[in-house]
Write a protein that binds this ligand. Sequence first.
Ligand SMILES: [Ca+2]
Ligand SMILES: [Ca+2]
Length: 326
Amino acid sequence: MKRPLLAGLLLLSMLLTLSFLPIVSALESNGFKWTVTDDPSPSEPSQWVVQNDALKQLSNTYRTDKEYEFYQGTHIVAGSPDWSDYVLSFDMKSADNDGIGAIVRYQDKDNYYRLFMVQDSDNHGPFRHLEKFVNGVRTVLAEDKNGYLPGQLYNMQFKALGNDLEVWMDGSKILSAADEDIRSGKIGFLSYANTDMEIANVKVADRNGKTLPSASDSAKGAIQLSGSWKMDGRQTGFNDWQADLALNSDGTLGWKETKGANVGATRAGTWQFNGATFTMSWISPGGGQAKWISQSVNQNDIEDGTYTVENAPGGTWSAKRVTEGL
Ligand SMILES: [Ca+2]
Ligand SMILES: [Ca+2]
């Protein structure tokens, strides 16, 4: 008699635990952390997954309320709401023939620009649209009557530079418009009634081709390393040393050897941290450029650093912060 009760309680507690677990979708690909939103009145929940660093949407989700007024289903976004002028590049493929597309300057679910392509004639395809949503109202800014070939991989670029919006497909400009309603926002992708859309090689760059840091990189880059640090090092084949390091918040640095063969020697240079690599550089006494790098950086520890000197052997170093902020 006890066993069924115990089993029942166990099952109940498991069910309670499950139902109270927050729904966390840890969707990450190409360094982007994605957030999913299903559009109003979805026919069924979306199913976004990441496989081999490619983003996929596998559910035939479409908006059942005013379907052809909005042509929505589900969308996914990443990046920064402050990104303004940029080029979103990606590879796109769909085995289904319904709506696929990409998003730029996404402020929220009611305000963004999108590329939207449909092949299926049952849904009034084929067509390709450049559209905007402003306060939830959809407007077609540019269109043609071409769709896309199911199963074909396309290399896409969606450019948002000033008022100019352009969509490029395999190196050819297919849609363009001028609009000034939305100045900045995140990137994203969308699907409408499409069971097999795949997105790979997502990149966001500025107008000069320089890659913008993804949101997760920015978070890491925000580690503020300025302050006073104590360093330990070893010059290969020469000696062990210690030094006091000052990382100033303006990007300059000061360094003074406190133990070793050159006690009292000082250097001045610059430092930077891009979220993954910490780099210091200064001119060495012989006039050569010295570079000190580490890819093991925490708030108060820098480990596994290496350095090079053009006219002398380099070495390894580590550092610990003793005072924050300078
Ligand atoms: Ca279809
Ligand atoms: Ca479909």
